[in-house]
Ligand binder design. Structure first.
Ligand SMILES: [Zn+2]
Length: 412
């Protein structure tokens, strides 16, 4: 019996098809439109926020009031995407913006827009789904023909696969034992491990493949617009290193997880030397003796993932804080975000690996410290503080193992 089972396994394993993960590709695109009312925002259509209803007063929206006739919004990707269906959620406020009389999707052929044949429903308070034969395009356009009033959209999803078939769990043989030791240690140390639902994993899944940050500027230093943008770029670059570990692994649906900085918290507005409104600014909201973005917008304080009292709506919520404290050595990390020294961060803006930040982001996804023990056969890795300064193979497999154990909550 045993021998037979082994032979069957050997025969069957290579025949198992690699499973491509269906995913909303829209969040990785750049949105644009024929017209946008000055108080609305075209970025609403792919911000990953599922609207509560067509008359959504809480989240960002795209609308064309007072323009009528043929209006469009479209998604543009840097490279061609394979898409098999799309879903749109119409904006309808029972006033100046109503569902369209009709609509259709178009793909960009390289020289012109081509209609995508399909059945196009116009329901309110729901996603309108259109399926079609697989297309490959760098632009997907939603063309709306107005009816009773102007038109608008709350969200557009372009469903396809991420091009990376999901590989089965296959750590290198020498890592199997230490990985098992780590997971047993995790399970015995954290009894609520599977009940807790605010890991970085949960935050990204709730957003449909992106992560929002608030910067807690816990320093008296000033920050220029250029420094603000570099702080964001550095955060995005470091965060991406962990996300790259996941691409195509264990049914993880995203190859690209955009990092949005939606807010900055400071003690004194004059420290921030910019006047544009690209981020929300929170002044003098002090918690733990440090500025914070308003709790009403924070996932840590709203773990059901709704933000009814966030002034900017759910699109301006933040999942994590990047808490930069003057004079701090070392760091801390958790589901609330990462904390490290502001001087260290500013001195390492161009570093390939900002190892303290990388380590703390690891904690935000559940990965533990190793101050009191070391798994068998591995000596040096990022999460064992001081023993490595970049994500090692062992770190990567520990990270994947977290998703492997949690993914069933997302049907994967
Ligand atoms: Zn640590």
């Amino acid at each position: 019996m045993r021998l037979l089972a082994i032979i069957l396994t050997l025969l069957l394993l290579p025949a198992l098809p690699a499973k491509a993960a269906p995913v909303n590709l829209a969040t990785a695109a750049t949105p644009s439109a024929s017209y946008t009312s000055p108080w609305e925002s075209v970025t609403a259509i792919n911000d990953g926020v599922d609207p509560p209803r067509s008359n959504d007063t809480a989240n960002a929206r795209w609308g064309t009031w007072p323009q009528t006739g043929t209006q469009w919004a479209e998604l543009t990707w840097p490279t061609a995407q394979t898409i098999t269906s799309a879903e749109v959620y119409f904006f309808d406020d029972n006033g100046g913006v109503r569902v369209p009389a009709s609509w259709k999707l178009q793909r960009w052929s390289g020289g012109s827009y081509i209609d995508i044949p399909g059945t196009y429903p116009t329901a309110v308070n729901a996603y309108n789904r259109v399926t079609f034969s697989q297309i490959s395009t760098v632009r997907l356009r939603v063309v709306l023909q107005s009816g009773a009033a102007s038109v608008g959209l709350l969200e557009v999803k372009a469903i396809g696969d991420n091009g990376n078939p999901s590989t089965p769990w296959n750590p290198p043989a020498n890592l199997v034992t230490p990985l098992n030791e780590v997971w047993q240690h995790v399970e015995s140390t954290y009894p609520n491990l599977y009940g807790f639902r605010n890991y970085g994993w949960d935050q990204i899944m709730a957003n449909g493949g992106s992560i929002n940050y608030c910067v807690r500027w816990d320093s008296s230093a000033t920050v220029t617009a250029a420094q603000r943008d570099r702080i964001h770029a550095t955060l995005a670059r470091q965060f991406k290193k962990w996300m790259d570990v996941m691409a195509g692994q264990e049914g993880w649906p995203y190859t690209n997880v955009p990092v949005k900085v939606v807010g900055w918290a400071v003690r004194d507005r004059n420290q921030l030397q910019w006047t544009d409104n690209s981020v929300d600014i929170y002044v003098g909201d002090i918690r733990e003796n440090a500025p914070q973005c308003v709790a009403a917008c924070g996932r840590f304080f709203n773990q059901n993932g709704t933000y009814p009292n966030c002034p900017g709506g759910a699109a301006r919520h933040y999942d994590m804080s990047l808490w930069l404290t003057a004079g701090m050595g070392g760091g801390a990390g958790g589901d609330w975000g990462q904390r490290l020294g502001s001087e260290y961060y500013m001195a390492n803006l161009d570093a390939d690996n900002m190892h303290i930040l990388l380590h703390e982001i690891g904690h935000s996804f559940g990965v533990d410290d190793f101050y009191d023990w070391t798994p068998s056969g591995v000596c040096c890795f990022l999460m064992k503080a001081g023993s490595a300064s970049s994500i090692t193979d062992f770190d990567a497999w520990m990270f994947r193992d977290w998703w492997r154990h949690l993914k069933s909550r997302y049907g994967r």
